[in-house]
Design a protein. Structure first.
Length: 198
């Protein structure tokens, strides 16, 4: 199956409410239509993840993100500086973002992967859930041979991008000036926040 055919098959799975495994520049992700509450629910079930532990959404570009979030000028400036890249930015969500994704919170994490295959998929599908492709509490997946059997069984499509680097994304709330999780690029993010603090 060609790369184009694999992308088409994965897109069809997403459009049908199913789950896909896709590579990023951090770890493999588990994707479903982030705007479909039933699809998002299936991600929580498959990962056995607590419903109070929100999921992020992935999009292919900053412009695409602006359809689903309401950033301040400073937050948008940060996005354009660091994205695409291994950073999850927590922003005010638009009404189209379902409560099940955010655990009922008004803010949602946004990811723009710095990975061509991931962005090619996102260009076709629209926003996908951005969460590691593992059962909660188990190690993140950097190679498809490590995929949990439960994830492999549940996924309607698996896109092979080879081995991924394995460092988790840094999670930052620019509006609050808070880094929730230090991961890739954390020092650069912290320096930017210091330079732009009020």
């Amino acid at each position: 199956m060609s790369g184009e055919d694999r992308l088409a098959a994965a897109t069809a799975v997403v459009e049908d409410g199913g789950l896909v495994v896709y590579p990023t520049e951090t770890v493999y992700g588990l994707g479903a239509d982030a705007l479909d509450p039933d699809a998002v629910e299936s991600v929580f079930e498959t990962k056995r993840r607590d419903r109070d532990d929100p999921l992020s959404l992935a999009v292919p570009t900053v412009e695409a993100a602006l359809e689903y979030v309401r950033p301040s000028t400073t937050e948008e400036q940060f996005m354009r500086e660091f994205l695409p890249g291994p950073v999850t930015v927590v922003l005010e969500g638009a009404e189209s973002v379902p409560d099940v994704l955010t655990g009922g919170r008004e803010r949602v994490g946004v990811r723009i992967p710095d990975h061509d295959l991931a962005r090619d998929l996102l260009e076709r599908t629209g926003p996908l859930t951005a969460t590691s492709a593992n059962v909660s509490g188990r190690p993140s997946v950097t190679h498809l041979t490590e995929l949990d059997p439960e994830i492999r069984t549940a996924a309607g499509a698996i896109l092979d991008g080879g081995e991924t680097p394995g460092t988790a994304s840094t999670v930052v709330d620019v509006g609050q000036g808070t880094i929730h999780r230090r991961g890739a690029d954390a020092d650069a993010v912290a320096a930017w926040l210091d330079a732009h603090s009020q």
